[in-house]
Design a protein around this ligand. Structure first.
Ligand SMILES: Nc1nc2c(ncn2[C@@H]2O[C@H](COP(=O)(O)OP(=O)(O)OP(=O)(O)O)[C@@H](O)[C@H]2O)c(=O)[nH]1
Ligand SMILES: [Mg+2]
Length: 362
């Protein structure tokens, strides 16, 4: 009898008769062990995470890349840190493997040349969007192979940090146009660059004006409200949405403050500590990227942005599949593909109208 009672038999829905012993619900079948399996698998595989920094020239993008690598979470010994950052002339990526408690994170930060210093800034977003789409294309080309790799290398941009100049006024037309295009292709987190040039009150006023501009121009930055999955997401993400754009300060030099070694900018009146929330919101940006939303950024990239790209590419291939799994994808010029391509199927009606102009220029 004892052994009968202990064995997990799925008969709880049947009414028990006086002859048959009453069936009890098994205490647990051990489903939670899946979590351990997932953890072990994740430890073996590691994570790939790719961030891109974009914005006008001189706003501190390259410095921020160094700040990210030098800050507490990603403390590393990258060669070349500490020397003055030269102007970025071409798009380039820095990859670093961070290991913590046996878990590996392959973090790639792509630095981009600043835009906006030309007289004609027409289509200055093209090289950036081309790069982002090239990464989707590479992934797609691997994915559609009949014999494909078990693990497709993921170079897709999971988050694009957009630097807004600290004008203190509102978003400039160029920022609006750039952001509208970026947001349809990638997760975008805007930041107020060089925030040390604004007073606390100016920062707050500037932030709320930017938030208003983003709303009125239907620029859906990360974390997007429409992708909140439940009430918990809504609560956590609403708090983040209230603080975006984060007012950040970048630095790649360490200084001694009260016996502590801190990352900061030295001024005549003291040190601006980048990891001190009383000084700037860099910790919020870092925590969003690495601590709280890394997997969500990856999921939205894969399930929404890449999916949009994939659907359009497969639809436009004009070739009927020749057998199971066969797709012929014509090569695409990612910088000059025709307007109207790669439209997000999930855009809301109101935003769709606003987004019809300008159209996609890949
Ligand atoms: N005050 C202040 N200066 C900063 C900040 N971040 C960077 N700088 C300085 O701004 C200058 C330009 O920084 P970079 O990081 O090269 O700027 P960038 O955006 O990469 O510039 P491009 O490569 O030309 O696009 C450097 O002298 C930095 O030390 C900041 O948060 N506050
Ligand atoms: Mg640079």
């Amino acid at each position: 009898m004892d052994s009968l009672r202990q064995s997990p038999s799925p008969c709880s829905s049947r009414p028990s008769s006086p002859r048959t012993p009453p069936c009890e619900m098994p205490a647990s079948v051990g489903i939670e062990a899946v979590l351990d399996q997932l953890k072990i698998k994740a430890m073996k595989m590691g994570f790939e995470f790719n961030v891109m920094v974009v914005g006008q020239s001189g706003l501190g993008k390259s410095t921020m890349v160094n700040t990210l690598f030098k800050s507490k979470v990603w403390k590393s010994t990258l060669p070349g840190l500490g020397v003055p950052t030269p102007q970025t002339l071409q798009l380039h990526s820095v990859t670093h493997v961070i290991e913590e408690k046996g878990l590996k994170l392959k973090l790639t930060v792509t630095d981009t040349p600043g835009f906006g210093d030309q007289i004609n800034n027409d289509k200055c977003w093209e090289p950036i969007l081309s790069y982002i789409n090239e990464q989707y294309e590479q992934y797609l080309q691997e994915e559609i192979l009949i014999t494909r790799q078990r693990h497709i290398p993921d170079t897709r941009v999971h988050c694009c940090v957009y630097f807004v100049p600290p004008t203190g006024h509102c978003l400039r037309p160029l920022d609006i146009e750039f952001l509208q295009r970026l947001c349809r292709t990638v997760n975008v987190v805007p930041v107020i660059a060089r925030a040390d040039s604004l007073t606390i009150e100016e920062r707050e006023a500037f932030r709320s004006r930017i938030q208003k501009d983003l709303k009125s121009h239907c620029i859906d930055v990360y974390p997007q409200k429409r992708f909140d999955e439940d009430a918990n997401d809504r609560i956590l993400n609403s708090k983040i949405r209230e603080r975006i754009p984060f007012a950040v300060v970048g630095a790649d030099q360490e200084h001694l403050v009260n016996g502590r070694c801190v990352l900061g900018r030295k001024t005549n009146w003291g040190i601006i500590e980048v990891e001190n929330m009383a000084h700037c919101e860099f910790p919020l940006l870092r925590d969003l990227l690495i601590r709280s939303h890394l997997q969500d950024l990856k999921d939205i990239t894969h399930n929404i942005h890449y999916e949009n790209y994939r659907v359009v590419r497969l639809n436009e291939s004009h070739q009927l599949p020749r057998g199971p799994g066969w797709v012929n994808l014509a090569p695409m010029n990612l910088a000059h593909a025709s307007a109207g391509q790669l439209t997000s199927p999930r855009t809301s009606k109101a935003c769709k109208q606003a987004q019809e102009e300008p159209k996609y220029d890949f």
